[in-house]
Design a protein around this ligand. Sequence first.
Ligand code: ADP
Ligand code: MG
Length: 268
Amino acid sequence: MGRVIAVANQKGGVGKTTTAVNLAAALALDGRATLLIDLDPQASASTGVGSRGTAEGTVYDVLVDGRPVSDVIRPTAIDRLHVVAATRDLVGAEIELVSVAAREHRLHEGMAGVRGRYEFILIDCPPSLNLLTVNALRTADTVLIPLQCEYYALEGLTALLDTVGRVRDTLHPELALEGLVLTMYDGRNTLARQVQDEVRAHFGDQVFRTVIPRNVRLSESPSHGLPVLLYDPASRGASAYRALARELVGQLDRRTEVPHAEGIGQGP
Ligand code: ADP
Ligand code: MG
């Protein structure tokens, strides 16, 4: 069963979409079947993997019309990376869902038959703690939180963690934290170093060791409809997301490792 990871932070411009797109690309290029679900009406994850147009349907049809996710999956330039695109009309989904029963569960219900086909499913959330984000958290196994290395990095994190806690209490008890990722890091900047120290002091090993540097290739690649891993595979941005993918996979392998047989079954 694929691991579903919601990339969330209600602050805009912290690197959610860049992380969702490029982490998904890195996992896929490493041979892991990966699905990227765009849940932001700005649709930047969709354009980031070159997916435009609505002929096959979008995530809106899943949420509002109850279409299965499997109906609206599209290919990308990377073999093992598929995408469920978003469009502007997703803005209206929240209002249209008001009268729908179990509206927090729409995405989850649409996922039947999809999890088994992918090793990783990444959901790019909008910059808000609205019903779209709640649908993502209801569907996800874990939450990955990008934090921009700037003065207000931790601002709003309490509200996000409260929302995660509320979803866990009311809708989805198994929801866990995948970790925090520091993004747009500039090592020459004293403040960025202080932010990193503060976040690590506070959250310890819940923070990924891999730090995403500020890298202009990461901001250029979306306008070419390509993840940076295809646009400029040798860039620092591409290496950073490859390292993040390795760290994520390594972390999961360790968690699922079979314990040593030693000392087991020997009785008291
Ligand atoms: P969010 O999805 O949280 O709103 P984005 O991923 O869209 O954030 O990033 C906001 C802006 O910053 C975008 O223009 C993006 O290209 C740019 N950006 C993101 N990460 C980096 C980075 N590591 N280096 C340089 N630019 C980045
Ligand atoms: Mg975004």
